[in-house]
Design a binder for this molecule. Structure first.
Ligand SMILES: *Cc1c(COP(=O)(O)O)cnc(C)c1O
Length: 443
């Protein structure tokens, strides 16, 4: 394929995700010819800093030489074999390395390709566990206000983002919501920790009444991504773990966005010293290379399905489960974490960025500036519903890929971002804010 241009006629044949296609009448999608490190290059050679890691997946830059080499090596051995009746080295090695990262407390890995499918698997497995244990009435789920868990129908039924759920409500089964611990909802003078404790007591009240019909609580640990990078105190997770145990309800940790170092620890749950019953991973699992997701669970759950009767097994079948190329990409990703001591190195990067972003925190239209590990976010005071697309456009002009969620602007850069690139990110963001000045009207 030519690398000089994009075939013109192909444009409308692609129906883009999360996009009102009519908007492309005035604003064509940016055609990317190649990527290298934190940079994406268009066909004219203009470069864009991938400041949101291509929807939160890219950890170690584009066309990373070490991941490329692992995939090339695997390509000449085995690209894929079905995982029913067969197995292969990359999937076995990946499963044991992931289990070790969780001190072997979640020693069983069930694979699929995307995050929403992992959430479906965790929900089905939790319900089926209770069914196998004589409690088919435990068939409801509870999730957090403003939570996001993907957009297949089961995942949407535990998602609380109107933009994604509204049109499909007639198709969704009702599941309960409990208050979010997001500290932006705290009362004046109330600390994030106090507010997290207050939200946990609402969970306690809910489960005291409804535990008999509830299979699981599902949460995004520490950061609610699609809610606009809402952050909360780890005490919520600690208390939620205890409350779920007291009421015989599973805890599903959806770390699809926050796993693999994003919040400053390998997994966000570590910051609350808890282990969930189900851990969903995706996105950064292959450092953004290939679609792969996994649900990790305990031996207790695994044993509830282990039986002479086939129907007691977990028969969920996903065609590309444990794809060999994707598993090799994930193994190369884990190698980089070890070899480059990424969690420690990220602390230095985060310290540097926290200094560099000061001028943004002082901008008169910026509110709620916050940071957790390698995520930064803030709200822009504006009443313009078109702010997000105007800012996206202004950022592109500054050579940045930034896609606000409503009026929440966030950075989720690849971990390899260096000091000079961090400065370009901050300077470009400030200029984009000024360019959007006409959109930014006081409220
Ligand atoms: C992105 C995301 C999902 C869905 O993952 P897909 O791969 O887009 O299906 C689920 N949960 C969380 C927390 C996510 O951020």
């Amino acid at each position: 394929m030519s690398s000089k241009s994009l075939p013109e006629q192909s444009f409308e044949s692609v129906w883009h995700p999360c996009t009102q296609m009519k908007l492309h009448e005035t604003m064509l999608p940016v055609a990317i010819a190649r990527g290298e490190g934190v940079w994406l290059y268009d066909y004219q050679g203009k470069r864009y800093l991938d400041a949101i890691g291509s929807w939160w997946v890219n950890l170690f830059g584009h066309t990373n030489p070490r991941i490329n080499a692992a995939i090339r090596d695997q390509l000449d051995r085995l690209e894929h074999v079905m995982l029913a009746g067969f197995t292969h080295a990359p999937v076995v090695e990946l499963s044991s390395r992931l289990s070790e990262l969780l001190s072997n407390r979640l020693g069983h890995c069930f694979y699929s390709s995307d995050g929403a499918s992992a959430v479906e698997i965790a929900l089905k497995m939790s319900f089926h566990y209770w069914r196998n244990n004589g409690h088919p009435e435990k068939n409801r789920f509870v999730s957090l206000q403003n939570g996001y868990h993907g957009e297949t129908l089961g995942a949407l039924s535990v998602t609380d983002v109107a933009l994604f759920t509204d049109a499909y409500n007639p198709l969704l089964r009702y599941n309960a919501r409990v208050p979010t611990p997001d500290w932006r909802h705290a009362d004046e003078g109330e600390s994030p920790q106090d507010y997290a404790r207050r939200a946990a007591s609402a969970l306690e009240t809910y489960l005291a009444e409804h535990h008999a019909e509830t299979a699981a609580l599902i949460v995004e640990p520490l950061v609610q991504g699609a809610a606009g990078m809402a952050m909360y105190h780890p005490d919520y997770l600690k208390l939620a773990r205890t409350i779920c145990d007291e009421h015989q309800v599973h805890l599903i940790a959806d770390e699809i966005a926050v796993g693999f170092g994003r919040t400053g620890t390998m997994f966000a749950c570590e910051q609350a010293s808890i282990v969930p019953d189900f851990l969903c991973l995706g996105k950064g699992l292959t450092a953004g290379y290939l679609p792969l997701s996994v649900v990790m669970t305990t031996n207790g759950v695994y044993q509830a399905f282990y039986h002479d009767n086939t129907a007691r097994g977990f028969l969920h079948s996903h065609t590309h489960a444990g794809n060999a190329l994707a598993c090799r990409a994930a193994l190369a990703t884990l190698d980089i974490f070890e070899q480059d001591k990424v969690i420690e190195a990220n602390r230095v990067t985060a310290d540097y960025l926290n200094q560099a972003v000061r001028p943004i925190t002082l901008h008169p239209k910026v509110r709620n500036f916050r940071n957790c590990g390698m995520i930064w976010a803030f709200e822009v005071e504006t009443s313009d519903p078109a702010f997000a697309s105007a800012f996206f456009q202004a950022a592109l002009e500054q050579g940045l890929s930034l896609r606000p969620l409503g009026n929440s602007v966030y950075f989720m850069p690849p971990y390899i971002i260096d000091q000079q690139e961090s400065e370009l990110l901050v300077e470009g963001t400030l200029r984009a804010l000024d360019r959007c000045a006409t959109q930014i009207r006081g409220q």
